[in-house]
Design a protein around this ligand. Structure first.
Ligand SMILES: Cc1cc2nc3c(=O)[nH]c(=O)nc-3n(C[C@H](O)[C@H](O)[C@H](O)COP(=O)(O)OP(=O)(O)OC[C@H]3O[C@@H](n4cnc5c(N)ncnc54)[C@H](O)[C@@H]3O)c2cc1C
Length: 322
């Protein structure tokens, strides 16, 4: 095993040489040819009202020509958006060429109720589900499985596979799920989800690319072979994200606080900074053999579109002409 020093956005580290012919961590200069092997997916939440629906439709319209692998729609904390999630994925199926994926959680519902939702998803012509345990509703400190419900995501995955041949994505945590006993227990849990039938995993967002790459090594060493797709969150509201990151266990590096310093009242510059940080994250990961990215869009197209553009993901007609 060859080990060499490489430079990332946060530190000089020792890493293995990737098996894709390029030394691990060598980040191509911006002028290097764009990669043409990148696949993206986008995450949305169901729009809450008519104005949000119009904005969401515009977002889909802008992102559709990029031909993402799939677009997923979240399920509100505490299971609160069940109907809107369903309506939204069904609309995407009916009105676009996009491949919708419905998030589904175990929260606040019996197995029969969750199964019924899964059947509705399948009957709407949707075969992709992002299967999650879910977070408890606001105010509840601890997670308690719902009586007669699926207790954990692994149980949900097994249940879904009994209903239909869904393509199932699950969540994974490069910085360890806050409730997991330790990092190994967390990877054991991912393995349980894979053994239950998960086809891919999407990661919690992170900012330190080394953290993701080391996690990927540990996952592979544990014998998990499914695609592990990094979740990329372009940060437009640094203060809010810093607060939320504490709850979900994502470390916010010092350099990020510095980069956003003085921009509290300058959303336009924050957006430009957000796109360049996220694109750099993706380029470093790509240089280390990662070619699929899941972008948390917050229902806006601008940043996601710009990041895709920088990764060589272009509307098909333009890519052909080039
Ligand atoms: C990509 C992505 C998308 C998300 N989308 C949504 C969404 O749409 N709606 C939403 O509400 N939330 C969503 N979440 C948040 C997610 O619901 C929370 O992170 C939740 O706390 C854990 O969900 P999970 O599916 O990872 O749970 P699990 O895989 O079930 O794990 C949860 C915790 O329980 C532990 N555990 C697992 N099995 C057992 C067991 N048998 N006994 C004891 N402990 C066990 C695990 O180690 C872990 O600490 C998303 C997260 C990600 C990363």
């Amino acid at each position: 095993m060859v080990r060499r020093k490489y430079k990332t956005n946060s530190a000089i580290e020792l890493m293995n040489v990737s098996n894709r012919g390029r030394p691990a961590g060598m980040v191509p200069a911006i002028a290097a040819p764009l990669p043409h092997d990148v696949d993206v997916s986008f995450e949305f939440f169901p729009p809450a009202d008519l104005a949000a629906e119009a904005q969401f439709a515009a977002t889909l319209h802008k992102l559709e020509p990029l031909e993402p692998e799939f677009v997923s729609v979240t399920y509100g904390a505490g299971g609160t958006t069940q109907e809107r999630t369903l309506e939204t994925v069904a609309k995407i199926r009916r009105n676009t060429r996009l491949e919708p994926a419905a998030h589904l959680t175990c929260i606040g519902a019996t197995r029969d109720q969750v199964d019924a939702v899964a059947r509705q998803i399948w009957d709407a012509g949707i075969n992709r589900i992002v299967a999650l345990r879910g977070d408890p509703p606001k105010g509840a400190n601890h997670y308690t499985p719902f009586p007669g419900g699926y207790a954990y995501a692994a149980d949900l995955v097994a249940g879904l596979k009994r209903i239909a041949d869904f393509k199932i994505a699950v969540a994974c945590y490069p910085e360890v799920h806050p409730e997991a006993a330790n990092a190994d227990a967390d990877i054991d849990n991912l393995k349980r989800k894979v053994d239950a039938g998960a086809n891919m995993a999407i990661s919690q967002y992170f900012f330190d690319t080394d953290v993701f790459l080391r996690y990927l090594e540990r996952v592979r060493a544990a014998g998990i072979a499914i695609p592990i797709i990094p979740g990329i969150l372009p940060v437009t509201n640094f203060k809010q994200v810093a607060k939320f990151s504490k709850m979900c266990g994502t470390r916010v590096p010092n350099w990020m606080a510095e980069v956003f310093e003085g921009l509290d009242d300058d959303p336009e510059t924050r957006r430009l900074v957000a796109a360049s940080i996220a694109a750099e994250q993706c380029r470093i990961l790509h240089a280390n053999g990662v070619s699929r990215f899941h972008l948390y869009t917050l229902n806006h197209s601008t940043l996601g579109y710009a990041i895709c553009h920088m990764l060589g993901v272009r509307p098909r007609a333009i890519a052909k002409a080039a």
